[in-house]
Design a binder for this molecule. Structure first.
Ligand code: BMA
Length: 328
């Protein structure tokens, strides 16, 4: 039993592995990582930065599969256990609500968020530069694309799983057209998922591992302590960007207010599959499963822009860690 309640359904079949007895970290890698190899599909160059959710007693997800042309696409996938995945060979073909949404350019870094009665997908969508695309699905077979939820340029959009003060809510990170050497997290709200406003600054870069840019990761997890948000933080080394992730807790009703934020990272690229690949030294979380009964959390992250891994943590221990290592 968890003492700090995750507010949400129980997920008895959440993937899990106990912390190794010699592990000193608050979050630990699955011993069978990476769970998705780069060549799972005949034409995939890499499968990473992907989003999974509970679905019909099992699991479904949207996966970033860059193909052998190095075109960035997102594909639907299904799994009985959250670890072994069957990913559709064909990318998602969106049913566009309007032809004015433009021709498909590229799609990457998806998130999936269940709100009310359906699954919403956000992703970095090419539309005269990167912006945040939005689609919904009921079955992970048909995806209906609606209007982009930000103006270009923005490459990191994460919805909250319920309305807050009667409005849909979003964390995003305004950026530029390239690899963006800056970036803070902002909050926006919407009555209908189309019109967005009340843009509020949530948090910015700060020293060391989060000094170049930060960006929201998985769909925020509601807890009795506030919204638990994993976010990536980037530093610029002499060899380029290094991607870590940490966590913050945001106020439940005013999520632009940060209650706690980790000064040290939770995870840095360390293993071979995180340090060697198409883009070395990247851990990039895009999804988390949570079981309100046990407090178990499984974080899905892209490793070295090449493969997908899972890491586990327990909400009580994690929240203690965040509070004891917080600097605002
Ligand atoms: C970001 C995005 C991610 C990628 C990361 C590291 O800007 O492009 O998809 O994982 O860079 O290359």
């Amino acid at each position: 039993m968890s003492k700090r309640t995750i507010i949400g359904p129980a997920l008895p079949n959440i993937p899990w592995e106990d912390k190794p007895s010699d592990c000193k970290e608050v979050i630990w890698r699955f011993s069978q990582n990476p769970i998705i190899p780069r060549d799972l599909l005949p034409n995939s160059n890499s499968i990473f930065n992907s989003a999974v959710v509970p679905f019909e007693g099992k699991f479904a997800g949207v996966f970033r599969c860059d193909d052998k042309r190095r075109e960035m696409r997102i594909h639907a996938g299904f799994s009985d256990d959250g670890i072994n995945w069957k990913i559709d060979e064909k990318p998602i073909q969106f049913i566009k609500e309007s032809e004015d949404l433009g021709d498909f350019e590229y799609a990457y870094d998806p998130r999936v968020c269940f709100i009310e009665d359906r699954y919403y997908v956000t992703w970095c969508n090419g539309y005269h530069g990167p912006t945040i695309g939005l689609a919904y699905t009921f079955d992970f077979k048909e995806f209906h694309q609606i209007d982009n939820i930000t103006m270009p340029y923005n490459r990191n959009g994460v919805l909250f799983p319920r309305k807050i003060n009667g409005k849909y809510a979003l964390l995003s990170r305004p950026s530029d057209t390239g690899h963006t050497p800056f970036g803070d997290i902002f909050y926006s709200e919407s009555p209908d998922l189309v019109y967005w406003g009340k843009h509020r600054h949530v948090m910015g870069t700060r020293g060391w591992w989060q000094s170049t840019k930060i960006g929201a990761g998985p769909t925020p997890i509601e807890t009795t302590e506030g919204w638990l948000v994993f976010y990536h933080g980037v530093l610029t080394s002499c060899n380029g960007y290094v991607y870590h992730f940490g966590a913050a807790i945001l106020d439940l009703e005013q999520p632009w207010k940060v209650l706690y934020r980790t000064e040290p990272y939770l995870m840095a690229p360390r293993t071979q599959y995180e340090c060697v690949g198409d883009v070395p030294n990247v851990v990039f979380p895009c999804a988390a499963l949570a079981d309100s009964e046990t407090g178990r959390i499984a974080v899905y992250y892209g490793a070295a822009d090449t493969v997908t891994g899972v890491a586990y943590t327990q909400v009580d221990e994690l929240i203690d860690f965040i509070k004891n290592n917080s600097k605002l």
